[in-house]
Design a protein around this ligand. Sequence first.
Ligand SMILES: Nc1ncnc2c1ncn2[C@@H]1O[C@H](COP(=O)(O)OP(=O)(O)O)[C@@H](O)[C@H]1O
Ligand SMILES: [Mg+2]
Length: 284
Amino acid sequence: MENNQQAAPASPSIPSSQIPRDHRETVGDYTVESPRMSARDVNVHYGDKHAIKGVNLDLGRNEVLAMIGPSGCGKSTFLRCLNRMNDTVKDCKVTGDITLDNKNIYDKKLDVVELRAQVGMVFQKPNPFPKSIYENVAWGARIHGLANTNAELDEIVETSLQKAGLWNEVKDRLDAQGTGLSGGQQQRLCIARTIAINPEVILMDEPCSALDPIATAIVEDLIDELREQFTIAIVTHSMHQAARVSQRTAYFHLGDLIEIGATNDIFTRPRHELTEDYISGRFG
Ligand SMILES: Nc1ncnc2c1ncn2[C@@H]1O[C@H](COP(=O)(O)OP(=O)(O)O)[C@@H](O)[C@H]1O
Ligand SMILES: [Mg+2]
């Protein structure tokens, strides 16, 4: 109970009687050596709804962290805290500490646009702009001033499309509409668009849920390659996907981070019975 003081949200609109004190302690080591991002005692409320309860979690360098758990357990909410996407959600209150390279991302002086360039996001449904393939990738690099000349911009577009595994499929039609690509290609285009701004961390919220199995396999291979350069946190409702792409897995349940550990351990010898129930398909 020594956390009571810290756990109290800053918002006076939430009566303290409604703050559950019984949130579950996390099983497993949530820390990593030299983390890229670190979350400590993170609580999220939507009005009275306590959606994330005192979560502590590190994101390591060059790793894919999978976030799993039943629908509504707070996976997307937690992911959105990591690049302050909840800032714009009505009645959403985030408390606690989140750092990127040891800097507080909720610092009032921090430029949120800059943060979202460093911590990019790929969504469930591919959402290319209604512009050319070239422009989809060039746009962010241009507004962030990453290219001084057209040749430099061309270079960023080509490299980003290559890293996203899409270059060979689109190099002869860069002027075609991004929205005209197949679903899997569109998602890789969105990944290229994210990469073009040179992020450190890429957040992915069920990035394959709208894709067919072949497109899913291509994106999963890509995620594994991207790990060499980026830190990746991926929300997935597919345990098979979590097992295929991630090195660590975090299991959420009703806003609690129940268990965290090496992916192989979580799926072969879970320590918490809620984790075991979920991975053995008893619910979720
Ligand atoms: N904008 C919102 N306003 C109010 N409640 C929300 C909002 N977004 C999510 N929630 C609630 O917060 C909880 C966690 O939701 P979410 O993070 O979307 O879960 P998941 O991604 O694991 O399915 C759910 O109970 C959901 O209904
Ligand atoms: Mg979600």
